[in-house]
Write a protein that binds this ligand. Structure first.
Ligand SMILES: *[C@@H]1O[C@H](CO)[C@@H](O)[C@H](O)[C@H]1NC(C)=O
Ligand SMILES: *[C@@H]1O[C@H](CO)[C@@H](O)[C@H](O)[C@H]1NC(C)=O
Ligand SMILES: [Zn+2]
Length: 517
């Protein structure tokens, strides 16, 4: 079952759901409104649900994109004033889609469609509502709003209610054609808007989804933001309980959840290059973060002869270039792979290494630095490849530093294993994507598509799905974004691509329900 409801928005799900069933399912069936579910109608505008999946979704993205703590730029961090304004808006959209809503003790928003007699595992669909500073309006929001829209279409068309099992009782035989009188399928779908993924405020990512997955340590309550406010204080200021027990209640039991699916913009240029609006994600890369400290001899830029220098800056520069070579052409460095045969071209694909921060002391133009620190970020889909690169780089650091007579230390800051997506969910997402994209490309549809089959991508960025993978199997759908740009106000997803994402998700939920029978 879902965790207990809390103060912010409480509505007993069962009552609401019964109401929904009474208010929407029955009239929708009896009035015989032409319900088009699209699956049988690949040809035309019917079943594409443009008004909800494109027009309304885009309007809502713009509306949410304006809810900001900053003036003239988008910033919405964990438990900020804007995050609560956004919460109200998201709840109203969930209610509009017929979902029973509540906010948990970590500020995550839940919107659940629960059949009256739900015993089966829930399908969770989510993404994050927080943003980076000077963010774009699609990161996170796209996944939340597409999910709400897809469920809204399923409700409006009566499809959610029609996911039913036939009833055998003879008394109902004469009414067999009226499908809403069949036994409700205990199939539950739910949208979650996670309160924190980016980790801007407390420098720790996935506060929301990690709590739902039950992997957030209690010690998190004592972590402080820049102003010295702890997570616990920030929660209490906003009327959350902020105790270890309350955190524990946020966790879903693994038995209550069947799958987690997330729609997210790609944040990279691959889909655009392939001229395809959507892609499925094979997995999320593992990551290692290192800090390298290079100590040399500080000195006068004019008086110390080149031969006598122990310059940490040039040592660091050499290491940065070496790292680039290691990751650009790993097979040239990883010689021992031939014996074990463990590094194939495929396993090396997606390996990326970055030095993003370089600090020097005393940082003056006429001083040979005494110390240079730099960060290293290494990501790969294959954990063994990543670990091997980390080991090789650490070895190279020591060799080069010895050679240059500087002192080096490599500190391991963070390490996370890769998260593979579930092959079955990925196959379902792929089918749904293909079906959505061809429906839109068909005469009467809109998007023009070049490629033949849905691209399969690897995610170099972390996502809530990483945390959720500790709870249940996960699947992800990527959406093409302009120029691959993200974490910037320049972030852009074409309106038709928003539509394609919603339609693919709609078809996925539809098929998934049947597949889970
Ligand atoms: C709910 O489902 C259970 C198990 O399928 C069944 O035994 C029970 O009678 C159902 N209750 C209602 C109210 O339909
Ligand atoms: C480099 O890192 C060390 C250890 O964390 C720190 O004490 C030092 O101040 C840093 N130096 C620079 C230039 O940032
Ligand atoms: Zn994101």
């Amino acid at each position: 079952m879902a965790p207990s409801s809390t103060s912010t928005s409480t509505s007993p799900p069962s009552v609401v759901v019964v109401l929904i069933l009474l208010l929407s399912a029955v009239p929708a069936r009896l009035a015989s409104i032409p319900v088009s579910d699209g699956l049988e109608q690949l040809g035309g505008g019917e079943g594409l649900h443009r008004e909800i999946l494109r027009d309304e979704t885009v309007l809502r993205l713009k509306e949410l994109g304006k809810i900001s703590d900053g003036e003239g730029f988008l910033e919405r961090t964990f438990l900020s004033p804007a995050s609560f304004r956004a919460t109200d808006v998201i709840i109203s959209w969930m209610k509009d889609a017929g979902l029973a809503t509540w906010v948990d003790q970590m500020g995550n928003i839940h919107g659940r469609f629960e059949p009256s007699n739900s015993t089966e595992k829930a399908l969770l669909i989510g993404s994050h509502m927080d943003t980076v500073i000077d963010a774009g309006m699609y990161d996170g929001a796209l996944g939340i709003i597409c999910a709400i829209s897809a469920l809204k279409v399923l409700r409006v068309t009566g499809k959610l209610q029609r996911l039913t099992r036939p009833v055998e009782h003879s008394v109902l035989v004469s009414l067999q054609s009226v499908s809403w009188l069949r036994e409700p399928l205990s199939y539950c779908s739910q949208v979650i808007a996670f309160s924190d993924e980016e980790g801007v405020r407390f420098q720790t990512t996935f506060l929301g989804s990690a709590a739902v997955a039950g992997i957030l340590p209690e010690s998190i309550l004592q972590v402080s933001d820049k102003s010295g406010t702890t997570v616990q204080e920030a929660l209490r200021l906003n009327s959350f309980e902020a105790t270890a027990a309350a955190l524990g209640q946020v966790k879903y039991s693994p038995e209550s959840v069947g799958s987690y699916v997330e729609v997210h913009l790609e944040q990279g240029p691959v889909l655009e290059a392939l001229r395809y609006p959507l892609g499925v994600v094979k997995g999320i890369a593992g990551q290692t973060r290192l800090k390298v400290i290079v100590d040399g001899s500080q000195g006068h830029a004019g008086t110390v002869p080149m031969k006598l220098r122990r310059d940490p800056m040039v040592a660091a520069a050499e290491l940065v270039v070496t790292l680039e070579g290691l990751c650009k052409d790993p097979s040239r460095f990883l010689t021992y792979d031939e014996e074990c045969g463990c590094f194939t071209e495929e396993s090396l694909a997606g390996l990326v290494c970055t030095v993003g921060e370089l600090l020097t002391w005393p940082s003056a133009s006429n001083v040979i630095p005494g110390q240079v620190n730099f960060t290293v970020d290494i990501r790969a889909m294959d954990d063994l490849v990543r670990e091997t690169i980390v080991a090789s780089f650490s070895r190279i650091v020591m060799q080069r530093c010895d050679h240059r007579l500087v002192d080096c230390a490599v500190e391991h800051k963070h390490s996370a294993a890769a998260t593979p997506c579930d092959p079955e969910l990925t196959a379902q997402l792929k089918r749904a994507t293909r079906s959505a994209v061809s429906a839109m490309a068909a005469p009467g549809g809109h998007a023009a598509v070049a490629g033949e089959s849905t691209p399969v991508l690897m995610s170099g960025a972390g996502h809530d799905a990483m945390a959720m993978a500790r709870l249940t199997r996960v699947g992800m759908l990527f959406v093409r974004c302009r120029g691959g740009v993200s974490h910037s106000p320049e972030e852009h997803v074409a309106e038709d691509d928003v539509w394609a994402a919603g339609l693919a998700l709609l078809r996925f939920v539809d098929q998934h329900a049947v597949a889970e029978l």
